[in-house]
Design a protein around this ligand. Structure first.
Ligand SMILES: *Cc1c(COP(=O)(O)O)cnc(C)c1O
Length: 231
C-alpha cells in the first residue's frame, strides 16, 4: 500500500480510538495501538512507523523474523499474536517484546526458559476463549485463575493480562457483551495478581466496543494496511 494511504488510514483509526476513549471517559494514554502487519511487507511497517506508530503485531513467525531483522534500526516493539507451536518458542522468546497468544502452561514455561538473560522479561498475555466456541485457541474463564497464578511466578516472563478474540459480530451489543466478560475475568484476576495491567482486545471491526469495555491494547490490521489475502 502507498505511504499516503497508510498515513490517512492511521489517522482515521486514531480518530476512532480517540472518540471511543472519550465516550468511555477514559484517558487516551491508556490505550496502545498495535498495528497488525501480518502478510504485509516491511515497507508498509516503515510507512506506519514514519507516522509515529511503535507497536507492531505479527502472526507468522518466519515472515515476522525477516521483518524484525530488516527493520532492526527503527526501535519498534514487536508483539507476537498468532498461534504458537511449542517447537517454535525459542525464536519468539529471543526476538519479540510481547506474546499475546499464550494459552497453555507448556508454552509459558518454554518462553520463560528460552528468554535470553540479557533481555527484559518477556511480556505475556494469557489468551482466553470467552465467546468463540468455534475457536480452539484460548483457555476458559474457569481455567484462567490457576494458570495465571503459575505463569505470574515465572521469573523471565511477565504476565501482563489477558488477550481475547471474540466471535466476529456486526452487533455492537453482542461485541460489548463478549468484551465485558473478558474485562470481568480480568478484574477478578487482579484481586490476586494486582500487577496485571493489560487487556488486549479489539480489532478493526470492534475496537469501539473493546475500548468501551476497558481494552488497553487494540490490534488493528485491515483498517491500517488494507485487506489481506490470507487471515
Ligand atoms: C489478524 C489479527 C488481528 C487484526 O485483525 P483486523 O480485523 O485485520 O484488524 C488482530 N488480532 C489477531 C490475533 C489477529 O490474528
Amino acid at each position: 500500500m502507498n505511504k499516503a494511504t497508510i498515513a490517512s488510514q492511521i489517522s482515521k483509526v486514531l480518530t476512532r480510538i480517540d472518540a471511543a476513549a472519550r465516550q468511555a471517559s477514559r484517558p487516551i494514554e491508556d490505550i496502545t495501538l498495535i498495528a497488525v502487519s501480518k502478510t504485509k511487507p516491511a515497507s508498509d511497517i516503515e510507512a506506519a512507523a514514519a507516522c509515529g506508530l511503535k507497536h507492531f503485531g505479527e502472526n507468522y513467525l518466519q515472515e515476522a523474523l525477516e521483518k524484525i531483522e530488516t527493520l532492526r534500526t527503527l526501535d519498534l516493539t514487536w508483539h507476537f499474536i498468532g498461534p504458537i507451536q511449542s517447537n517454535k518458542t525459542r525464536p519468539i522468546a529471543e526476538h519479540f517484546d510481547w506474546v499475546h497468544s499464550v494459552d497453555r502452561l507448556k508454552i509459558a514455561q518454554r518462553l520463560n526458559d528460552q528468554r535470553p538473560a540479557k533481555r527484559n522479561p518477556l511480556n505475556i498475555c494469557l489468551q482466553v476463549n470467552i465467546s468463540n466456541e468455534d475457536s480452539k485457541s484460548g483457555v476458559s474463564a474457569d481455567e484462567a485463575p490457576e494458570l495465571a497464578k503459575v505463569m505470574a511466578a515465572l521469573p523471565n516472563i511477565r504476565l501482563r493480562g489477558l488477550m481475547a478474540i471474540p466471535k466476529p459480530s456486526d452487533d455492537p451489543a453482542e461485541q460489548a457483551t463478549a468484551f465485558e466478560a473478558v474485562a470481568t475475568l480480568f478484574h477478578t484476576l487482579r484481586r490476586t495478581i494486582p500487577e496485571l495491567d493489560t487487556l488486549s482486545m479489539g480489532m478493526s471491526q470492534d475496537l469501539e466496543a473493546a475500548i468501551g469495555a476497558g481494552s488497553t491494547m487494540v490490534r488493528i490490521g485491515t483498517d491500517i494496511f488494507g485487506a489481506r489475502n490470507r487471515s
